[in-house]
Ligand binder design. Sequence first.
Ligand code: MN
Length: 344
Amino acid sequence: MQMTMRWFGTGYDSVSLAQIRQVAGVTGVITTLYGTKPGELWKTEDICGMKEEVEKAGLTVAGIESVNIHDSIKVGSPDRDEYINNYIKTLERLGQSDIHLVCYLAKMRSDGATVLAYDQKIIDQINPDDMLSSMEAMSNGFVLPGWEPERMARIKELFAMYKEVNEEQLFKNLKYFLACIMPTCDKYGIKMAIHPDDPAWPVFGLPRIIRNKENLLRLVSLVDSPYNGVTLCTGSLGSNPENDIPDIIHALKGRIHFAHVRNLRYNAPGNFEEAAHISSDGSLDMFTIMKALYDSGFDGPIRPDHGRAIWGEVAMPGYGLYDRALGANYLNGLWESIHKMSRL
Ligand SMILES: [Mn+2]
């Protein structure tokens, strides 16, 4: 297990690499080329520049979150092969740069990372056309992943693209994509780690397939390669109390390549808010989650997930330094005690 923190890059993130380096026990970052658009071919010099910057700060690039999949691939438009070819070339360049983990999402929105408190009743009242202004009001002036203004400006077009796509078609399109990229992943040793949908149920009438044990097992069976794996995100899967996270971890043994570990508190069905990482602050049992990861032999990068805004910090919502650093320390403490107890 390698403890990491997400970092959005110089010019985007309010947290610096030097600050992350000072969090004891954190040795790597999970990052991306934040300025790239889904479907765009990543430039080798940009990948190398990002890697050099991180390594100069005394950290490693533990993985990419995310290389986003173009909507044409998700909906299966005729132009998808062009975007898949770009994706394959980007994977080759990452592999050649010694980067071997890529997190990605299957659903329409490219990141659920902004779901800090969620009430289905309120979401049901939102007109998708008004989302751009409501997201801008909530973002502290930062550009949130998945909610970039240029993307939101196309929101009507995107809803139209997804209108006819049901769950079966999404699975079919995902299988096509995975079958195309797996030979490259095998060649360069790149582990693909799909991120569950957040929250774990359909929103705005759009299908969300990566939301429970059954569908996660179906995903890993779409292409039977060890490189076709999962990001275990406790916050996303945990948004549905019916998801038994330790059971899901054991069922996916060997296919969990990356873990986002955070806690949340259930208020009512369809209504939750994020808590501090420690078990006593929320509804998830973080000890049993970490123990399941340990017992299943998990050896990938792990990161604390969204933090609360504390101590007056102004940061991207969910991605301040302080509460995530506390989370990293807590998770490292759990891991150390589980490891040492197992040897008594
Ligand atoms: Mn997550």
